[in-house]
Design a protein around this ligand. Structure first.
Ligand SMILES: Nc1ncnc2c1ncn2[C@@H]1O[C@H](COP(=O)(O)OP(=O)(O)OP(=O)(O)O)[C@@H](O)[C@H]1O
Ligand SMILES: [Mg+2]
Length: 302
């Protein structure tokens, strides 16, 4: 396990920002950490990286307890904080060399060259950070996180504020980096999770409300089932329809039009089609309403 979070609670005054949060991340996983504003994402990430202590609970990264905050621990974690604070007056190369110095890395110049090449910063490395576009500043943030060659990367909203092209570029950079690292990234964007993560952890009001493989997301219908709109040429026998396996409910919505609710995980469309054939009905329309990712997110976090 790369990251183990056990029963972490964090108070700010009386407010419980994290409420008994537990999860673990295997090495090599790319995990999306999703939740609305104020859910506790940044707080959790600051606790994992050792920037903020938990009120109670335990965190370890690569089997090192975070509360000790050793140099060894800091070398194993790369962290891109929210809002990516950078020294705007420093030159890119100068800044990255300074970061490498903090980690006491040998061969600083070579290391910085390798990282600027990897993050696509080489053509901009001679500029002041303040002169860079947001996308390139974000690359500087990623570059500084990569300098100690960490096993685990914690990225707090790595694509927020970027234009669509830059979002795609930074996402593909993260995917590329993720080939040999464990990554946890926070985002508000469900599509981002689909695009780059294998797993998603959803947090709301300081509590984990879902922890799923990313490809399971669309079937995470929050228990509400799938709805299918069906139209026949004549009105079918509703009672017979209700007997089909997986059909929850049948509701008339218009002349010869029905709304069928089925159990999650069962595709009843082939049986509806066979039902039509058996009963000599013509099936004029059959549309399955997939819940989109935004509405799943909404259901889980409202
Ligand atoms: N230093 C602090 N002092 C007091 N309250 C804080 C502090 N840091 C965070 N909080 C509160 O804890 C809660 C969780 O905040 P956090 O920044 O972790 O949310 P988030 O999920 O990262 O939100 P966002 O998506 O807006 O970045 C919020 O209610 C916030 O106001
Ligand atoms: Mg945040």
């Amino acid at each position: 396990m790369s990251v183990i979070v056990k029963n972490v609670t964090r108070y700010f005054g009386k407010q419980k920002a994290l409420d008994d949060v537990s999860f673990s991340i295997n090495s090599g996983e790319i995990v999306g950490f999703l939740g609305p504003n104020g859910a506790g994402k940044s707080t959790m990430m600051k606790i994992i990286t050792g920037y903020l202590p938990a009120s109670s609970g335990e965190v370890s990264v690569c089997n090192i307890p975070v509360r000790d905050y050793s140099l060894e621990l800091r070398k194993r974690i790369g962290y891109l904080p929210e809002h990516n604070p950078l020294y705007l007056d420093m030159y890119v190369r100068e800044y990255l060399e300074m970061v490498a110095g903090i980690y006491k890395i040998s061969g600083i110049k070579q290391k910085v060259k390798e990282i600027t090449d990897r993050t696509g910063l080489a053509p901009e490395a001679h500029k002041k950070i303040g002169a860079l576009s947001k996308g390139y500043r974000q690359r500087v943030g990623l570059a500084q996180a990569l300098i100690p060659d960490p096993d685990v990367l914690i990225l707090d909203e790595p694509t927020t504020g970027l234009d669509p092209n830059q979002i795609l570029e930074v996402r593909s950079l993260i995917t590329e980096i993720g080939r040999d690292k464990t990554i946890m990234l926070s985002t508000h964007i469900m599509q981002e999770v689909e695009a780059i993560c294998e797993r998603v952890i959803i947090i709301n009001n300081g509590k984990i409300v879902a922890d799923e493989k990313a490809y399971n997301l669309s079937s995470l219908n929050a228990g509400s089932g799938i709805t299918i709109t069906v139209e026949f040429d004549v009105k079918p026998d509703l009672e017979k329809l209700k007997l089909l396996k997986g059909v929850f409910a049948v509701e008339e919505t218009g002349e010869n039009k029905l709304l069928i609710t089925s159990e999650p995980g069962i595709d009843v469309r082939p049986d509806i089609f066979r039902f039509a054939v058996r009963n000599e009905l013509v099936l004029l329309e059959i549309i399955q309403e997939e819940k989109d990712l935004e509405s799943i997110f909404h259901d889980l976090t409202m």
